[in-house]
Design a protein around this ligand. Structure first.
Ligand code: NI
Length: 255
């Protein structure tokens, strides 16, 4: 069995068959799902899903795309929401210099604010980093939350990975690891210590091979797991049990 540590099951792409998608995951031995908040409303939806299913957990936080919409009231409401016992991390937060949907200075300010909030609440963070490696590293070095965190769908170099690992962070791998030309991420997955990686889908986005082009779903976390096993020269069973242990430690889930 494995976990999908980063899903967006609240996405409208699942409105027609959400129950079936969740059932397929469970039948296929994806036993636990962490549903990720990306705005105030999707954070609320994540908590609602986690209330409905015992094997779904939630995170709350604001993605850099929506940084420009945040106010002090946002932080007050999200902090209250984060007190729900099914909330296991703050995120996804970070910087996105690829789409630049919020001004970069606002993205940085909102990222730092949320790193502080996570730390106040004793929660690990889920970090989104798109084409912003330098600024992310500079900020995270100064504001590392005590409970640590994970770089989701890690896309940086092995050089940067070593710095993040030395700060105590985990690295999460997703669909792009399975793409043929992705040598950079393959190098990271091959070298990441056995106690510092987790598996995710980021569904409905980032669909792995051989399903590329279709909607992604938690069941396909196996494609990512199998690729990590292959790159590390471990059996899928061994890799799965490492990934689950790492996920539990990262999110402080003891069951
Ligand atoms: Ni995501």
């Amino acid at each position: 069995m494995i976990w999908d540590t980063h899903a967006h099951l609240d996405d409208s792409q699942f409105n027609a068959d959400r129950e079936k998608v969740i059932e397929r995951a469970r039948q296929g031995e994806v036993t636990t799902i962490i549903n990720i908040g990306a705005s105030e409303s999707t954070s609320r939806q994540s908590v609602n899903l986690a209330q409905k299913y015992p094997f779904i957990y939630a995170t709350v936080g604001v993605h850099p795309h929506y940084a420009k919409d945040c106010s002090d009231e946002t932080w007050a409401r999200l902090s209250r929401l984060a007190q729900n016992p099914k909330v296991v991390a703050w995120g996804e937060i970070g910087l996105d210099y690829y789409r630049d949907l919020s001004p970069r200075d606002v993205q940085r300010k909102v990222f730092i604010r949320q790193l502080e909030l996570a730390d106040e609440m004793g929660l690990p963070v889920v970090i989104h980093d798109r084409d912003a490696h330098g600024d992310i590293l500079e900020i995270i070095k100064k504001h590392t939350p005590q409970a640590g965190g994970v770089f989701h769908s890690y896309s940086g170099s092995w050089e940067m990975a070593k710095e993040l690992l030395s700060l105590g962070f985990y690295l999460s791998f997703s669909g792009p690891l399975t793409f043929k030309n992705n040598r950079k991420t393959a190098e990271v997955a091959a070298n990441v210590p056995e106690d510092r990686f987790v598996v995710e889908t980021d569904c409905p986005y980032l669909t792995p091979e051989p399903y590329r082009g279709k909607r992604n779903e938690p069941l396909y976390a196996w494609q990512v797991l199998n690729k990590i096993a292959e790159l590390k020269g471990l059996s899928p069973e061994e890799t799965a049990s490492l990934a689950v242990e790492n996920s539990k430690r990262l999110f402080g889930i003891t069951k």
